[in-house]
Design a protein around this ligand. Sequence first.
Ligand code: PMP
Length: 387
Amino acid sequence: MTGAGPIPVRTTIFEAMSAKAVAAGAINLGQGFPDAAGPASVRAEAARLMLEGPHQYPRMRGTDALRTALSAFYADTQGPAFDPGTDIVVTSGATEALAAAILALLSPGDGAIVIEPAYDAYAPLVRRAGGLPQFVRLSPPGWRISRELLEAAITPATRLLLVNDPVNPTGRMLDDGERAAIRDVALAHDLLIVADEVWEEVRPGSRPHVSLAADPALAGRVVKIGSAGKIFQVTGWKVGWALAHAPLAARIAATHQYLTFTTPPALQDAVAFGLNDERGWLPVMRAEVEAGRARLADGLTAAGYAVLPSEATWFLSIDLAASGLALTDVDFCTRIVDQHGVAGIPVSAFFETAGAPANVVRFCHAKAPGTIAAALDRLAAARKALG
Ligand code: PMP
């Protein structure tokens, strides 16, 4: 399905699998949320602010404290300079930032490049804006973006490139060659870029995140999207943001004001506190996430699963065919949740185009060691039963 139209009436695969996991009493390695909950000091600050206030509508673009903290955090960690007064819009999660950006920047009939596997909100939001998703399909195990693949999808109607880095679901970080391909194509075709960088902090300490917003050649073209849910492991808080040069940010703010208008100010200021005063927690978090990734990857390999490379995010994937399992990803996920008590996500859910790979399953590894150990026991039994 490619034409413009309403958002389909169906529940997302994440919600559906979590519901199945609850019903079956399964260990939920499906939906992406960690067992841990952010730094205690940030949660304590949120609790204090919930008692003492602020409680009323904050500024439409976000509290002064959070916009100032975001500007300093990104200047220090990634380079780009965002003016807190004109370049930042705080939103209710990255999901709202995506919605506000896509609705603001696309007009009916405009094309938007959606790179598959794609985060599930992109194509429905493009259609809701009256736009046309133009799919670029990547292939496992490398899942690399190339200039040729992008060029093949671009038409005179294309206005926007939606880029996710690090990538959910594959756990990849884009390399210099992929960023160069994106830059060249954006400049050659005069495109805007929505850079969904919510996973920017969830990667090895040795591999800094390189933001498309830090590329001087792309100045004025990039909307950078982030989320406190991923940085501070508080996915339910839904504090996100869009950052862009002033004219783009103004269009996004104008859209945001009619979507949610604002986001709880106590949570915004608690996130500001975290960005200013708890940066020392980030390396600790990264080391824990890396340990969880290694624990799940090693255990799955020992159980006879072929694990695909993954460097970032809370996710890793297995290749069923390479594991000697002749099941589709949907069948495998249904069997393991119903019969073996573990929920995963079929990666085919991140594709709309025909002929997408149906042999890759995503697991969330941001779980306590005991949770991973219990899931591995069950998945080892599943491997024997299904092989
Ligand atoms: N983009 C990507 C790539 C994501 O993985 C997620 C969350 N899973 C989001 C956006 C949404 O983030 P939020 O929860 O802040 O709305």
